[in-house]
Design a protein around this ligand. Structure first.
Ligand SMILES: *Cc1c(COP(=O)(O)O)cnc(C)c1O
Length: 299
């Protein structure tokens, strides 16, 4: 495909088709509150944020939402009617939330118990960003379907969903496709990424510069403790939560004026998802800029 939304559409389609072979009523797809899965009708429905739903109804049936990291709630929602559980391995847009403890292993076990497929949306956290090629490798859990886009072709539009052999059998010729899907230009760019990012030394670099970045953010938190309440994330997907949403926008704009591109997601989480080749010196520059900007609002 050509985008993340299309990758997730494909994942939802094949999960439904696979489940339909078991039982035509097996169609429920469970996703998380505060998730982000795209802006097509099915993927905005999968996105557990009401603001993305408003004005687009009626939305497709069969989607339910649970709180990420709450395994009891997920268990109470699942049954043999569950076709799939679809989660971001690390929530990006929703405020940079990583899985706690054995959460993902327990999700895997519930999916196995109810013969439901586990879909990981790694459109943001995959392709080396977490310090592993797939973020799920960090947590020792394998999904049945993983979706990729964003970094997959280094900025050239592409999207992909990867499935197990068993799941692949659910699709037959004509069930899925798109004119520009798998086009040679995007695939050539993706092949360069795939020849580079999975190399152990490249991933080790992401891990190293990522922990350095996180450490520096921790120092900023200690220094501006009234403004920053939490620092989280892993590899080069990092977040610094602000005490309130009051200055989120201003901090982003002030940083931009000083040449540092960051963003603020979920109202009050400063998010850092830099290029994977960022250097420690460049991290220092961002941290110095942020320190100056925060000082303005730190009263
Ligand atoms: C960006 C994103 C998408 C949507 O990708 P598009 O290419 O914008 O359609 C889906 N899921 C996650 C986790 C994302 O970060």
């Amino acid at each position: 495909g050509n985008s993340g939304a299309e990758a997730n559409e494909g994942a939802i389609k094949i999960a439904r088709k696979y489940a339909h072979q078991i039982d035509p009523e097996k169609s429920q797809i469970i996703t998380a509150w505060d998730s982000f899965h795209g802006r097509t009708i099915a993927t905005l429905t999968a996105t557990g944020q009401p603001k993305y739903h408003e004005g687009f109804g009626p939305l497709p049936d069969g989607f339910d939402y649970v709180h990420y990291n709450d395994i009891e709630e997920l268990e109470s929602m699942m049954s043999e009617k569950t076709a799939a559980v679809m989660l971001e391995t690390i929530q990006g847009e929703g405020g940079v939330y990583t899985p706690e403890g054995d959460y993902l292993k327990k999700v895997r076990a519930l999916c196995d118990k109810y013969h439901a497929l586990l879909i990981f949306d790694e459109i943001q956290a995959g392709i080396g960003r977490s310090g592993k090629f797939f973020a799920y490798e960090k947590y020792g859990v394998k999904p049945d379907i993983v979706t990729l886009a964003k970094g997959l072709a280094g900025g050239v539009p592409i999207g992909a969903f990867i499935v197990t052999d068993a799941v692949a059998k659910a699709f037959h010729a004509g069930d899925h496709g798109t004119t520009f899907g798998g086009n040679p230009l995007a695939c050539a760019a993706a092949n360069v990424v795939l020849d580079t990012v999975p190399k152990p030394e490249f991933l080790a670099y992401v891990e190293e510069v990522g922990s350095y970045f996180k450490q520096q953010l921790e120092h900023l938190k200690a220094k501006h403790s009234a403004l920053i309440t939490d620092v989280r994330g892993t590899g080069l997907i990092l977040g610094a939560e602000l005490a309130s949403a009051e200055h989120g926008r201003d901090i982003v704009n002030d940083c931009l004026a000083e040449g540092a591109i960051i963003n603020c997601t979920a109202g009050k989480v400063l998010r850092f998802i830099p290029p994977l080749i960022i250097t420690k010196e460049q991290v220092d520059t961002v941290i110095l800029t942020l320190d100056d900007v925060l000082a303005k609002y730190d009263k």
